[in-house]
Design a protein around this ligand. Structure first.
Ligand SMILES: [Zn+2]
Length: 465
């Protein structure tokens, strides 16, 4: 059961989709690429072989259908018309192009009402385009397009084929795909792209996109899909739980919004339709005065927290208070906005770094790590330069083995060597046991301020057969 159908997902971002590619159309685009090479790449051995085998003698035949052929050739012949629609001719010496049947002005299609002249028939005595002769065969609108391109030159190379649907007239699979798929694209709502420009983390943009499509799995939506028992809101139990209800109209949501609204109050905040409400607020980039954060960022963070609070209540029976949602929303918004701030210059951390030589730790430890050409090192160093107290310790892989074994033994009772130690190990994993004194009869000695690995190593050393 999908929230949004595949056709909608395959729409471009600007049309409300996620820009995924339809495999069928992309496969056709690749077939067109092979076909285009067949018409242009005469130096390739496989092209010469195929043209010879199937007796393709003209530069661009109208059809290549053969009764007996390979599956590749059959596929090529199936989409030959699409290929022909995408090609145009570039004028060389003018000897091959048929002016009324071929596309030689990329912005114009062929016109075959009149007897076929050659390109040279359309030139004056000096070899330039003859307006009068062109006017006999082409419409007034077409003349500027023709006059803007080079006239044939007898000393030039032969005319050659180019690809119409690319600005550089070079075949690109992407341009062929766009040409094939664009007929189903819907550009009627110009606001879709705005969702992906909002200044919030990507997961919140995705959530906003689903909400904008009114596809959140609310009780009303679940009933519509015949997977829910009732459509009512589990918080107030008086209204249907629609997207707009859970995000704005429920008494719980209203209480959260009213924490903010005195500063940004709009009289239509509680009356707009879902899409109009979302759009008007994500377009509001004014700073919420108390927090110096754009209202659009706070707004989306609160939407996200309202939805999470609803799910915590429904699935985990953990009630949330409006003030919790309010705090979490502000926290998300603030953390995201701070990620754009330049790193703070702090005095060296009083807590020394412990590192035992591996190059990555040296890179992170370096003073200029925040300027490192390695993006990951740069990101870690930038975080450390903010108000984060960090301690980086390198643990050799051999020392990490006990922790790795423990992690892989999800069920302590199936852990073999850990069978008798399950309770002990779980107790040891608690932070308060890691620091201070841990006494164990089997070990027979005290482990002070043991790290997880050291602690586990000691246990294993004395208990493993
Ligand atoms: Zn409600």
């Amino acid at each position: 059961m999908s929230l949004i159908n595949w056709e909608a997902l395959c729409q471009p971002i600007a049309c409300g989709g996620l820009g995924l590619r339809r495999v069928h159309d992309f496969n056709v685009a690749f077939i067109l690429k092979i076909g285009f090479s067949l018409l242009t790449d005469f130096d390739a051995l496989w092209v010469r072989l195929l043209r010879e085998k199937y007796r393709v003698t003209t530069s661009c035949p109208e059809s290549i259908t053969r009764v007996s052929c390979t599956s590749l050739w059959r596929a090529l012949s199936s989409y030959w018309s699409e290929l022909c629609a995408g090609i145009a001719w570039s004028i060389g010496n003018g000897s091959i192009i048929r002016p009324l049947d071929d596309v030689w002005v990329p912005s114009l299609g062929p016109d075959s009402f009149f007897p076929e002249p050659s390109l040279s028939d359309l030139l004056d005595s000096e070899g330039n385009w003859d307006r009068g002769k062109l006017a006999e065969y082409f419409t007034i609108d077409a003349l500027p397009h023709i006059l803007s391109i080079k006239s044939p030159d007898p000393t030039d190379i032969d005319d050659f084929i180019i690809w119409r649907w690319n600005p550089k007239h070079v075949f690109k699979t992407k341009s062929a795909y766009f040409r094939l798929a664009s007929s189903s694209w819907d550009f009627t709502n110009p606001c879709w792209a705005d969702i992906w420009k909002t200044r919030v983390p990507q997961r919140l943009r995705l959530f906003l996109w689903i909400a904008f499509r009114d596809r959140l799995m609310t009780n009303l939506e679940r009933c519509r899909r015949s997977v829910g028992h009732h459509p009512y809101c589990t918080t107030c139990d008086t209204h249907d739980e629609s997207t707009l209800h859970i995000l704005r109209d429920c008494k719980f949501a209203r209480e959260v919004w009213l924490y903010f609204l005195p500063g940004v109050y709009s009289p239509i905040f509680f009356t707009e339709s879902l899409q109009a409400w979302l759009l008007s607020n994500i377009h509001c980039h004014a700073l919420a005065s108390e927090y110096s954060i754009p209202w659009s960022t706070i707004f989306i963070s609160i939407l996200w927290q309202l939805w999470k609070a609803r799910n915590e209540h429904v699935f985990n029976s953990i009630p949330q208070s409006p003030i919790d949602v309010w705090h979490k929303g502000i926290f998300w918004a603030r953390c995201y906005m701070e990620s754009f701030l330049p790193p703070l210059i702090r005095p060296p951390d009083s807590r020394s770094l412990q590192w035992l030589g591996p190059e990555p730790v040296k890179l992170i430890k370096a003073d200029n790590a925040y300027m490192s050409p390695i993006s990951l090192v740069r990101a870690i160093a930038t975080l450390r330069r903010k108000a984060w107290g960090t301690e980086i310790t390198w643990i050799p892989r051999t020392s990490n083995l006990p922790a790795d074994m423990l992690a892989k033994s999800v069920d302590p009772k199936k852990a073999g060597a850990f069978e008798d130690l399950a309770v002990e190990v779980h107790r040891g994993l608690e932070p308060r046991c890691m620091i201070g004194s841990f006494s164990d009869a089997g070990i027979g000695r005290e482990v002070k301020t043991a790290s997880l690995c050291e602690f586990l190593e000691l246990i294993l050393e004395h208990h493993l057969p």
